[in-house]
Design a protein around this ligand. Structure first.
Ligand SMILES: Cc1ncc(COP(=O)(O)O)c(C=O)c1O
Length: 380
């Protein structure tokens, strides 16, 4: 029985050719020129002024928080519904993630709830805001673009200005997205993307730090190069080796060349899923603005039990779906976070069905998946 995974990388002839080229030219380490080449090419996708290639999305996040200068014991507001890399990066910077609820409509930080939280739970001292109970400075909001969905970024920017908060976008799942044709970094201090095997394009393992501000880029560049500023063995600051290798960049460069093809495939997959799953009652999300590039396709079932039965039925047929992200407030690591209420997060976690979305899937594969879903849903 053929296995269908949630997502598998689609690596082809072009990537193989570039990997062989990087080996033949001995350009395989983090000092090779393929990494610089990838940064130039990725700029055409992000439209951000500065782009730095790192070893992973997680390391990009770690460096992003460092670059904007969050300090020990400062609070970073983020969502519980995310991948652990988001909160790990905050904690490894000695700061404290305060987790908030998401919106049922777009699975991103609930901006009504965020504004209510800021209004009721903070006080201003000098230029900054502090949490009323914990008496700690709140320095940053980290938005996570769940499944590649972008929320109302004009409103995010207004909130950040009003409360003097830095903004980081965890856009790990959203490479290729714009906000009404504007680069995402026009609305934040730093955005990061992941290029791991499951993302819109992959370099095997990799990440991108994008920003409009030279000072953040310059810090990130030096920090991720072990603190090297001028010549070899001349270190003026503490850093770590977090750069992408040229070997990985060769894979990524090949994927960038095929990105238009992947985008078309992703849009087609979304259309087929929407059509095939139309008879099923789902909770309607409201985030469409025309140029949305789906990362993984998904639907939100009306009934949690039905969702769980569908997952069982699919797994029986070797279709590897799961309940997707376990919210951070439900993890063993929850003791590291400040918690609030998570009504919508729970609602989504109980009902979401994330669908196989590899770009090489054929119509017959999708029909197999949707057939099992419909049979299970209608109890046939
Ligand atoms: C929201 C989010 N943030 C961060 C990461 C970390 O990226 P990476 O796997 O490249 O370290 C991921 C990866 O899956 C993610 O989904």
């Amino acid at each position: 029985m053929n296995k269908i995974s949630l997502f598998e990388p689609n690596v082809g002839r072009i990537e193989k050719k570039l990997v062989i080229k990087s080996i033949n030219e001995n350009q395989i380490s983090s000092y090779g020129y393929f990494t610089n080449l990838l940064e130039k090419e990725v700029k055409k996708i992000t439209s951000s002024k500065f782009n730095l290639a790192t070893s992973s999305g997680s390391s990009a996040l770690f460096v992003a928080f460092k670059s904007i200068g969050i300090k020990k014991d400062e609070i970073v507001l983020t969502q519980s519904y995310t991948f652990t890399g988001t909160t790990n990066a905050i904690i490894l910077n000695n700061s404290i993630p305060l987790l908030l609820d998401i919106s049922k409509e777009n699975l991103n930080l609930d901006l009504d709830n965020l504004e209510k939280f800021l209004l009721c739970n903070t006080f201003k001292k000098g230029k900054f805001i502090y949490h009323k109970s914990y008496k700690k400075k709140i320095s940053c909001i980290c938005l996570v673009f769940t499944l590649g969905i972008i929320p109302d970024l004009n409103r995010v920017k207004k909130i950040s200005k009003k409360y003097n908060l830095k903004i980081v976008f965890d856009a790990a799942c959203a490479l290729g997205q714009k906000y009404f044709n504007k680069s995402l970094t026009k609305f934040c201090d730093v955005a990061i993307y992941s290029l791991n095997g499951s993302k819109n394009i992959t370099s095997g393992a990799g990440g991108i730090i994008s920003t409009e501000k030279f000072k953040y880029y310059d810090f990130a560049l030096k920090f991720s190069n072990n603190g090297k500023i001028l010549n070899a063995y001349d270190y003026k600051m503490i850093g770590f080796n977090l750069k992408m290798s040229s070997l990985n960049a060769a894979v990524g460069l090949g994927q960038i060349k095929r990105f238009n093809y992947f985008k078309k495939k992703k849009k087609k997959l979304k259309e087929i899923y929407s059509k095939e799953l139309n008879p099923i009652k789902t909770f309607n999300t409201k985030f469409e603005w025309g140029n949305y590039l789906p990362w993984l396709n998904f639907c939100i079932l009306d009934d949690p039990k039905k969702r769980d039965n569908i997952i069982k039925a699919l797994r029986k047929k070797n279709i590897m779906v799961s309940k997707f992200w376990l919210p951070m407030h439900k993890q063993t690591t929850k003791k590291y976070f400040l918690l609030t209420n998570f009504k919508n997060t729970q609602f989504i976690y109980d009902r979401i069905l994330v669908l196989p979305s590899s770009t090489f899937l054929k119509l017959k594969d999708i029909k197999k998946v949707t057939g099992i879903i419909k049979n299970s849903y209608f109890n046939k």
